[in-house]
Each structure stands twice: as structure tokens, then as C-alpha cells.
Design a protein. Structure first.
Length: 437
């Protein structure tokens, strides 16, 4: 917005009156108040501030493209003064009266006078949305499909350690998918669902990507932000479109991240829209109206006990896999990865691996970051650059408390007192083995 226009179509620039200055302050405090901005534009035009009046009228049109009063005011300002066009209230048909006005030329002339749009304001002209939602400009990021041979593709061999998890994945999920002849012999459908659960930061998303790589399948990562929408019915439509995209791109893995948010227990959900979204997810998993052949659904959650029980019914996400904190070989691989580009010396990975028992992958990254920070501060303090050593790493490991401990504290109660049907037998066995009961 131009406070003091350098040129003026209606005469030399004059000092603004106190009334105009007060209105400017009021408009700055309430920029969305169209009548107030139009009143300011009228006063500016009458006072000879043509450029400033044009800028205010253009801002109104950017908010309300069909505002006849703003269009008429803009014509007056561009046409040479108030006498060029009759007052708005005397016009019988403002649209017809303005039909011959060259809006393109006017827009080019005032281009430098119009500031950027208000934050969050929608464009006056948006791409139309098709009936199936394919024209929605916001949907592209929600349904991006990663190819199996793309730059971010990984395989199970890229997952360090965790051999028990890999064996369980192979037996419960991958082997039937890799053997079409055996699958045909035993009548096994090329569809399935697997729920990964465990403490946060232990690599559930990475494992899901590795499964997609093993299957040679496309990969769609779906989070709550990709599905939930403030408008009624849009969340269900978004969920349907995710599965439709996967069906078109089959074989494809859909990864539902934070399933407890997308598929929370409906009995605890107060909002109808959220319950309808869970219902839509159930419908898509069943493939009632569409065939899910070649569509594999993986889901991850830190709190499986908060997931709607219907999602874990046979035929849906009926197989579960506990993803625990990385074991010794996995911790060594993770530590090597995070130290690979840092200056280190005399690092005993064996001692560090033992000192980080129970740490998640995120905790191990934090250990390396903290050790690097310690060496950096020491170098800055002494003026002599030194390498990251074993003392830095062991000190960081001692100072950091594993983030998995609170999760196991909560999971212990569930495994002991809410283990209906043996759902958490695997977790219970681990807790006993690790002496966490």
C-alpha cells in the first residue's frame, strides 16, 4: 500500500487530512473490513490522492472480485475524476456500465501499486475441482507415489541388525507375496495388512519403506494431515482417493503413519467427522466396491491400544509386528551412519553399543549430536580444533535417558492387564526377557 504516492492523476499530491490518517490506521487494524477500505478509497479520491485510491480499490477487488462499488471507484480514478462516472448509487446497472472498461490495461498500470495479498487469502481465480477431487490443488502432496527404484528406495538389507524383525516380516508377509505359484496353490489373495507397533523412534517408517522395496512396489506415505479436512465429507473423499491411487499404481504399499490418529477408537471419538473417516478406512480395507488386489496396507503406531478394534479384525490389519529398540548390531550400524562424516578418533564402538542398551534410533542420533556439540564447544573455548573421541560419546550416552522408557512403562500395564486374545503376547515375552515386569 502506498502511503504517499509520488505521482497523482488528479493533481499534485496534497497532505492527508486527519480524517484520512485516522481511517488509514483503522484499515491497518482491520484489513479485511471491505466497507471501511472503500470509504477510505472514496475520501482519498475526493482529496486528490488518485494513486492511493486505486491501490485501495485494487485491494478490495483482490478480496471481493465482484464488488461493483470498488470497480466503479477504480473506473473513476482511472478515468480522470469523480465526474467521469456517475456515483455508484445512481447507476442502474454497474456491470453493464463497466462492460467496455479495459481491465487488463488497468491491472498493468496499477501493478506496482498493489502490495502482496493478505496472508492466507485465497486467489480470486482457482483451478476448478473435479467431481472426483482430481483438480484439488492441495491433493498432490497427499498422494505422491514413490517408485520402487526411486532415489529413496531401500531394502531390508539396508536395515541394520534387527534380524528377528526381518525373519518375522519374511514369514508373515513377504514370502507369500514373493511366491505366486504357492499363493495360487493355497488360494492366497495378493492383498494384506500389517500393523507395526512399538516405541517411538525405532524405525517403523524405515521398515515399511524397506518392505515396499522388497516387494518391488510403489509406496504412498499417508499421515493425518493428508487425510483430515475441515469440510464435511472431504476427509472421507481424501481417504478414498488414497486407495484409488494405490489401486491404479498397483502393486503398491500404502503406509498409514500414526494409525492411532487416523483410526482412533470410535467409542472415544466425539467428532462425527472423525468417526466417518474411520468408517471410510474400514470400507477401503475391505474393498467392498473396489478390488484391492496388489494393494498392501502397512500401518504404524506407538499406541496400538488406542486403535479401533475393527481395524484389527481378520482380513484387515490382522497381523501385528512389534518393532523394538535396535539390538546390538543395529545400534552399531546406526552409530556408524551418524558418525560417518564427523571427525572422530579412538572411538570404541563396542563400549558405546553396550552403553546405549535400550536406546532408540533417534536416541542414538542424539548421542552423536551431543558428542559433536561437546567437542565443538571445547574447541571454541581452547582455540584448538580437536576430534570427537570416546569420552565425548560415552559422556553423551550417560547423560541421555532413553526415550523408550516411558513407552515401556505404559505398555507394561497394557500387556499385563489388557492382553485380550493374546494380542500383546510378543510384548509380554520381551518385557519378561528384559526384566521390565
Amino acid at each position: 500500500m502506498l502511503d504517499e504516492p509520488s505521482t497523482n492523476r488528479n493533481g499534485p499530491a496534497a497532505a492527508e487530512s486527519p480524517l484520512i490518517a485516522s481511517l488509514r490506521a483503522a484499515v491497518a487494524a482491520a484489513p479485511q473490513d471491505i466497507p471501511l477500505r472503500l470509504h477510505l478509497a472514496e475520501l482519498l479520491l475526493d482529496a486528490g490522492h488518485g494513486d492511493a485510491a486505486v491501490a485501495e480499490a485494487a485491494l478490495v477487488l483482490s478480496q471481493a472480485p465482484g464488488d461493483a462499488q470498488a470497480r466503479a471507484l477504480l473506473v473513476r480514478a482511472m478515468g480522470g475524476g469523480p465526474a467521469a462516472v456517475a456515483p455508484v448509487e445512481q447507476q442502474a446497472d454497474p456491470v453493464e456500465q463497466l462492460a467496455g472498461f479495459d481491465w487488463a490495461a488497468a491491472a498493468q498500470e496499477i501493478g506496482d501499486a498493489v502490495p502482496p495479498r493478505f496472508a492466507g487469502q485465497a486467489d480470486a481465480k482457482e483451478a476448478p475441482v473435479a467431481v472426483d477431487g482430481s483438480g484439488d490443488p492441495g491433493e498432490a502432496s497427499a498422494y505422491d507415489v514413490d517408485a520402487p527404484d526411486g532415489p529413496g528406495a531401500v531394502r531390508l538389507a539396508d536395515v541394520g541388525g534387527m534380524q528377528e524383525v526381518k525373519d518375522r516380516l519374511e514369514a508373515a508377509f513377504l514370502a507369500p507375496m514373493r511366491n505366486p505359484e504357492l499363493r495360487k496353490l493355497y488360494g492366497k489373495s495378493l492383498r494384506g495388512g500389517l500393523l507395526l507397533y512399538g516405541p517411538p523412534g525405532c524405525g517403523k517408517t524405515f521398515i515399511a519403506r524397506a518392505v515396499a522395496g522388497e516387494l518391488g512396489a510403489n509406496f504412498i506415505n499417508v499421515s493425518i494431515n493428508d487425510v483430515l479436512d475441515m469440510w464435511i465429507g472431504n476427509s472421507e473423499r481424501n481417504m478414498h482417493e488414497v486407495f484409488e491411487t494405490a489401486r491404479r499404481q498397483a502393486p503398491c504399499v500404502i503406509f498409514l503413519d500414526e494409525l492411532d490418529a487416523l483410526g482412533a477408537k470410535r467409542s472415544r471419538t466425539q467428532h462425527n467427522g472423525m468417526r466417518n473417516t474411520v468408517n471410510q478406512l474400514l470400507t477401503e480395507l475391505d474393498g467392498v466396491n473396489d478390488v484391492n488386489e496388489g494393494v498392501f496396507v502397512l500401518a504404524a503406531t506407538n499406541v496400538p491400544w488406542d486403535v479401533d478394534i475393527a481395524l484389527r479384525r481378520p482380513g484387515r490389519l490382522d497381523r501385528t509386528l512389534l518393532v523394538l529398540p535396535p539390538d546390538g548390531p543395529a545400534r552399531e550400524a546406526i552409530l556408524r551412519y551418524h558418525l560417518r562424516e564427523r571427525p572422530i578418533e579412538s572411538v570404541d564402538l563396542g563400549k558405546l553399543v553396550k552403553a546405549t542398551e535400550g536406546f532408540s534410533g533417534a536416541d542414538l542420533a542424539h548421542v552423536c549430536e551431543s558428542a559433536a556439540e561437546s567437542a565443538l564447544l571445547d574447541s571454541a573455548r581452547t582455540g584448538t580444533v580437536r576430534m570427537i573421541n570416546n569420552k565425548d560419546l560415552l559422556g553423551a550416552a550417560k547423560a541421555i535417558r532413553p526415550s523408550t522408557e516411558p513407552w515401556f512403562a505404559a505398555a507394561r500395564n497394557v500387556a499385563m492387564f489388557a492382553n485380550e486374545g493374546g494380542t500383546y503376547d510378543e510384548l509380554l515375552a520381551y518385557l519378561k526377557k528384559a526384566r521390565k515386569l
